[in-house]
Every structure is written in C-alpha cells, then in structure tokens.
Design a protein around this ligand. Structure first.
Ligand SMILES: [Zn+2]
Ligand SMILES: [Zn+2]
Length: 295
C-alpha cells in the first residue's frame, strides 16, 4: 500500500532517468548508434506497457481493452517506418537548397560540453515543434491530417504513435529542417531521439505519474499533454509543446492542468471512422468535401 502511494511521485524520474542511463550504458563509452536508439525504444515501450498494468492512472483505460489498439500500432509503424523517414528526407532536400542560398549552416558551439549542445538541440527542436504543432491546430488542411492523433477516447502508451502516415511528411521538413539549419552533431540528434521516445511515451501513457503543482510549468508532464488531448476545443488548442512547456508559457498558450480539469479526451462529435482505411482516407475526404463546399 505504501509503495502504491509513493511510486507515482517517482515514475517520471525513474523511467526518464532509467531510459537515458540505460541508453548510455548500452553505448559503453562509444557514440550512440541508431541500434542503441532502437533497443532503448523497445525496452522503454515494453517497460511502460507493463507498468501501466500495475500502476494505472485513469480508471477504465487499458490498451488491452481498447479496440483501437491494433490501429494505433499500425499507424505507429507506418508513421515511424515510412512517414518520418520520408519527412526527414524532405527536410534534408529542403536544406540542401537552403544552405546553397545561405552559404553554409548557422553557427554552432561545437566546443561546448555535450550537455550544453544537447540542451540546445532540445531547445531548437521544441521551438520548431511548438510552431508547427500550433499551425496544425490553426489551418484546416494540416488539422485534417493531425486529427487522427486527437482521436483518443482513451489515453495510453500506443497513442504516442497514433499519427497519420502523412502527418510527419508535412511536418518534418519544417521541424527537422529548422534543426538541421544549425547542423548540430549527429550524436546530439540521436540523443534527442532517445529523449523523445521516453518523453512521448510518458506523456501519452496511462502510468500513474504525480507532480507537485509547480512542476507542470517546467516539465513535459502527462497532465499537460492529457489536457492537449481534451475534447474541449479551448483546451485542445493549448499546451502544444511536445517537450518542455516553455514555449507555451512564452507564447501564451499554456493551461495549467490543476486549473483546467479535462472532462473527456478525444474529438467532439467523433468525426474519424473506426476502421483503418477510413482513418487513412479521412483527411483526403475532408479536403475534397471542403473543395466541394468552400466556407
Ligand atoms: Zn495536437
Ligand atoms: Zn499527443
């Protein structure tokens, strides 16, 4: 009983710290490789899936009983294995054109300690991520592709991969492209990958994680992102940061989860079909419908 009371206050720190330390251990003093990133992803996801069963956060939520779990997994594979590589290739292509115009990358403190360079990568990425995500909530064309990620009546581990395959093809050229403008070391970008897996899984999962109220202003807490998945539009259009809430606070789109309770997650009116093909086709149908009946 006592462990059940104390553990939720430690879960974020233990999973985040454990993933980073575990990945560093796998590296064994060598630079990190995509293989280490892959192993860290699998171990982190399996660990969180197991912990969700032991320390659930929201009653009635369980990936084993969610009928969308198979679709979540298929979207996750399509997004990460097809959409994201294509989006990153698009970023590199854009960049080749841009650096031809600008005459090389922007300045980068390559002599600074690695921790400083990594923090800078996080800061630059989260800035681009914030504005691209905000644009996805602002322009209908982008929203139709992003809506699938918000079609989440339940929030659990698998929702962190529930993105339309086209979503990263639209967003990565901008997000990754902005980061690559600075030409940061590949090492720091791979560590960003490790951070994002752990951070994304923790933000979506149904693992009980508690924080003192003030921490929500600083950390990528599950409550901050749960609020972003609220069905209520006012809340949905806030807390855009995938990483630290810094940019939401700076640009005035932050809502503190303690002051804004979430009645239900998902989308008002449930516009997204339940079947995989319908989900993949949804943005294109919405686009066609909007052409037929312009607003
Ligand atoms: Zn969103
Ligand atoms: Zn999300």
């Amino acid at each position: 009983v006592q462990a059940r009371a104390v553990l939720p206050w430690l879960t974020w720190w233990l999973v985040m710290g454990g993933t980073l330390v575990g990945a560093a251990w796998l590296c064994g003093g060598e630079p990190i490789t995509p293989r280490v990133l892959g192993i860290a992803t699998l171990v982190n996801s399996a660990g969180i899936a197991l912990l969700e069963q032991l320390l659930g956060r929201v009653p009635g939520t369980n990936l084993l009983r969610d009928r969308q779990s198979w679709n979540d997994m298929i979207h996750g594979v399509l997004m990460s294995q097809v959409g994201r590589p294509l989006g990153t290739a698009g970023a590199a292509w854009l960049l080749a054109g841009a650096s031809g115009l600008a005459g090389g990358p922007l300045p980068w403190p390559s002599q600074a300690p690695f921790a400083v360079q990594f923090a800078l990568v996080l800061l630059i990425w989260s800035f681009a991520d914030y504005w691209v995500h905000r644009a996805q909530h602002t322009f209908s064309f982008l929203w139709w592709f992003h809506a699938l990620h918000h079609d989440t009546a339940q929030m659990h581990l698998l929702k962190s991969g529930r993105f339309h395959i086209v979503d990263p093809i639209l967003t990565y050229p901008l997000k990754a492209g902005f980061l690559l403008l600075f030409a940061p070391p590949a090492e720091a970008v791979l560590w960003l990958g490790v951070w994002q897996v752990a951070d994304g899984n923790l933000a979506h999962c149904n693992l009980d994680q508690r924080f003192r109220s003030a921490w929500h202003w600083v950390l990528p807490t599950v409550q901050n992102h749960y609020l972003h998945h609220a069905a209520e539009r006012r809340l949905q259009d806030s807390n855009y940061s995938g990483e630290f809430p810094l940019w939401d606070v700076v640009f005035g789109t932050y809502h503190h989860p303690d002051r804004h309770p979430v009645a239900r997650t998902g989308l008002e009116g449930d516009p997204i079909p339940r079947d995989l093909w319908g989900q993949l086709a949804y943005p294109f149908r919405a686009l066609r419908a909007s052409r037929a009946a312009p607003r």
